[in-house]
Design a protein around this ligand. Structure first.
Ligand code: HEM
Length: 485
């Protein structure tokens, strides 16, 4: 018995060691030269891209954990504006950047630092799309999607936001002295989805899809967005046998069906129909692409792109609004100032699209929220050739080599809390966005040619406008935890 156990143990050890050796051999000599410097390093068995990081807390020496960049914010960058993570599974050294100039250099060269599309596989669940692609495929998606975002569309987002908020205020909230919301996300997800449904499809959320669905559009989208990693990490049969998780599979099927119906609906409406909504413009741009004898998006690609618009527009905006409401509730003085600022401009009339320019404090609050809580906290890139980057070490510029194949992570949280660019970075201080502020150190929407927002759409400017002037006071219930503490 003892003999058999020893053999088995030895066999497992040899297998493990050979696998480790195989992975370590991927750490090329040039990479090892990189870590010889005194730049801070964090070692773990599993790499930053490991699926386990999506579910698990940090385990020292084993796993970086789900909130890696949030837990340290700027602490890892006290001396250098960069640090390395070294993993054995897969054998890899990755470079993390919180240096504005180095990040600009990385984002402005798509040839040298393309997107590692393999890390975006989770977003391909409904089809290839603009976020998960590179090179010619990305250019095609970008061209067609870019045409869908116009000034007219931005105005539509503004009008929809006003409608949604007015409906809440003259509807369920009318005459109430206290509106208590247990989880602010339930409200902000509802607002974001209602705005998106009207801006993207020109109809209210409730009228999306046929009556044959067993799950609402809103529930299926939210469940898909919250459980994408489970779907990617586990085979369907495994998810199915767990009764609590079975509805996740249903949500994926339902959402796909909703998207199929949306595309069919629009096609049935005929080519002649012109609408300003995002989806109508996207389909029209796709048909135009075909007329110019280029290969247009097939239905799977349409669904893939539609899904990332839904995801970006819904989750990113909703979570930003949640943090913004929380911050305003915690800072009554700032809330009062915003209220004064809005009433000075609007008096008692309803806001118009043009008003936003005259309420700079509202935009400053949105920006400060996005600085403190960027919804996309890390943007990965991969070095396509042996190259170098100039980074800051104790205020002095130093060149570090970046070997081909190295993963380079733009650490948005590290950058947004870097005291080199932001005075008192932990403080909620919207005024910093009223004066001259370090634009290269503020990247909630990414940077370089892959940056989507402002240029094409300005969508977020209108969809994230703080609550209108008829709001009274936002308060936080004492028991609610706040992440930033
Ligand atoms: C607060 C709201 C939002 C935030 C913070 C946000 C953030 C970001 C970031 C950081 C990227 C770059 C990702 C990367 O390079 O890997 C990105 C890309 C993108 N976002 Fe958003 N987003 C928001 C809202 C939206 C909305 C409303 C839409 C559209 C309906 C949208 C559509 C997209 C698209 C299509 C891309 C890909 C651009 C490309 O790769 O060419 N996002 N977003």
């Amino acid at each position: 018995m003892f003999y058999t156990i020893s053999i088995l143990f030895l066999f497992s050890l040899i297998t493990l060691l050979s696998l480790l050796a195989l992975h370590l051999s991927r750490l090329r000599a040039s990479m090892i030269a990189v870590i010889a410097r005194d730049i801070p390093k964090q070692s773990s068995i599993f790499g930053a891209d490991s699926l386990l990081n999506r579910f698990m807390p940090p385990i020292s020496g084993v796993l970086l954990g789900i909130d890696y960049s949030w837990l340290s914010k700027y602490k890892r960058y006290q001396q250098w504006n960069v640090h390395f993570t070294i993993s054995f599974w897969p054998g890899r050294i990755s470079l993390w950047l919180a240096d504005a100039k180095a990040i600009k250099a990385v984002s402005s060269s798509r040839r040298k630092f393309p997107k590692p599309v393999d890390l975006y596989a989770v977003l391909e669940v409904f089809g290839p799309n603009i976020i998960s692609s590179e090179d010619s495929e990305w250019k095609k998606f970008r061209k067609i999607s870019g045409a869908a975002f116009s000034d007219r569309n931005t105005k539509l987002v503004w009008d929809s936001t006003c409608d949604v908020m007015t409906t809440l205020m003259i509807g369920p909230w009318r005459g109430q002295t206290l509106i208590s919301i247990e989880h602010v996300d339930t409200l902000t997800l509802q607002i974001a989805l209602s705005v998106l449904a009207s801006a993207a499809f020109g109809k209210p959320t409730e009228s999306i899809g046929s009556s044959s669905h067993r799950m609402s559009f809103r529930d299926s989208l939210h469940m898909v967005a919250s459980n994408m990693w489970i779907k990617l990490g586990f085979p369907s049969w495994m998810i199915y046998i767990h009764p609590q998780y079975r509805c996740i599979l249903q949500a994926f099927n339902e959402l796909e069906q909703y998207m199929i119906e949306m595309i069919a609906d629009r096609r049935d409406a005929g080519k002649g129909s012109t609408s300003d909504d995002l989806f109508g413009l996207l389909l029209a741009a796709n048909e135009e692409y075909d007329i110019n004898s280029q290969v247009k998006l097939n239905d799977r690609e349409l669904r893939g792109n539609l899904f990332v618009f839904l995801l970006g527009g819904h989750e990113g905006s909703a979570h930003t609004m949640s943090f913004m409401f929380g911050l305003l509730a915690l800072h009554q003085d700032i809330q009062d100032k915003l209220y004064q600022n809005i009433t000075q401009v609007l008096g008692s009339r309803d806001p118009t699209y043009e008003d936003i320019k005259h309420i700079p404090y509202a935009m400053a609050i949105v920006n400060e929220t996005l600085r403190l809580f960027p919804p996309v906290n890390v943007i990965p890139k991969r070095s396509a050739e042996d190259t170098s980057l100039i980074v800051c070490n104790n205020g002095v510029s130093t060149t570090i080599p970046v070997p081909k194949g190295m993963d380079v992570y733009i650490d948005t949280v590290g950058l947004h809390y870097n005291p080199q660019y932001w005075h008192d970075p932990e403080k909620f201080h919207p005024e910093r966005f009223l004066d001259d502020w370090p634009r290269d150190a503020f990247l909630p929407f990414g940077s370089g040619s892959r940056m989507w927002h402002r240029k094409e759409s300005g969508l977020k400017d209108s969809s994230l406008t703080p609550p209108s002037h008829s709001f009274e006071t936002l308060n936080l219930k004492a028991e609610n935890p706040w992440y930033g503490n």
